[in-house]
Structure formats: structure tokens, C-alpha cells
Design a protein around this ligand. Sequence first.
Ligand code: AMP
Length: 215
Amino acid sequence: MLNLILMGPPGAGKGTQAGKLIAEFKLPQISTGDILREAKRAGTPLGKQAAGFMDSGKLVPDELVIGLVEERLEQPDTKDGFILDGFPRTVAQAKALDEMLKKHGRAITRVVLIDVADRQKLFDRVTGRWSCPNDGSVYHVKNSPPKIAGKCDKDGATLIQRADDTPEKLTKRLSEYEAAKAAVVHYREKGLVTELDGEQSPDTVYGLLKKAVGK
Ligand code: AMP
């Protein structure tokens, strides 16, 4: 059972690493950012409530995010574990998470923080990022461009940029990230936190990540 929290600033490579873990270990990834973006796109009540916060790079209120994670963790596909991406981001969220897991006799088994000290690198990674609206494939104008500019390699869809992947919003998101690190303090006290340097190649980071989670 691997109940993993993956944390890192925007552009640290969390999505890439989660993708590799999912492919190898068939664990579901629970990304609160992805769930909220989908709710916003679909215009659900949750999406409507979250939209304003998300578009300005602010955190969505705890009770909305906690509710959606609780619902997601009740799905049977999480029985052998899960990868939480982007949650918890506040101490209240971390406490609520521990409580909901405890109800099912479970607990977080590892927290991995992937960080990139060079903030300029994060700006370059995030502001050059484009993704496919259909399958979520992520490209980068310089580092991993699609074969045809602006089109998804897999289905030819026109690539889009996230509304919050702009320099101004990224500055806000980075400061939110610094604050979010406080959410993992009590996991640190329990010796559950591993920090990895996200400036290394994706394969190197993945090797270290697997070691950290005992795989
Ligand atoms: P992300 O894709 O993780 O960067 O999340 C995108 C946006 O969704 C964030 O800037 C927040 O507005 C919102 N969001 C995602 N996860 C959380 C969370 N755990 N708590 C509050 N807001 C969140």
C-alpha cells in the first residue's frame, strides 16, 4: 500500500513523476488542480465556486477541496494506494486528510517534495508549457516541443496554455507554494518526508522517487 503525497512548486515535474508512477504501479493520481479545472470546464457548482480563486492563482477554500478529496478517496480504485498531487496545501487540509484516512484504518506512508531552487528555471518551464485539452499531454516550446507546432502529437488537437501559467500568476502560485510547505510539518516530525532536487533529469528524479517510496 502506497499512500503518497507528492509536493512541489509549479514546474518542478510533479505531473511527469506522477505519470511515471501511475504507468508502473497502476495507482490512481488524485490531483486537486486537475479535478478543479475539470469542474470549472464542465461548469459544475464546485467549478463555479472555485473559478475566481483559481484564475487569480489563489487557494480555493479548504472546505471545497477537502470535500472533493474525501469523495475521491472513497472510490474503490484507491484501495491499494494513491498519489495525492497538490493536496494538502494547508494545515487544515493535512489534518482533515489524516482524519479521513484514519476512519478507514489508513495513513499517509510517504511525502515527497520535489523542489527546484532556481526559480528562473520554474518560470521558463511553466511559461513555455502547453497541453492537450483532450488527453492532458504536456509539451514545452523548447524542452519537449510537439512534432507540429501548436498541435498534440497524439490526436492533433490545438494545444492550450493554462490560464494560470503566466508570469504574474506564477509569482502568486510560488508564494502560495511556500506557505503550503507548512502543511507537511507534522509529516516531517514523523520522518515521512523525502526532499528531491527537481533540477535533475526526469529519469534520475524517478529513480530517487522509487527508492524513497520503497519500490
Ligand atoms: P495546481 O494544478 O495544483 O497548481 O492547482 C491549480 C489551482 O487549483 C491552484 O492555484 C488553486 O487555485 C487550486 N487548488 C488546487 N489544489 C488546491 C488545494 N489543495 N487547496 C486549495 N486550492 C487548490
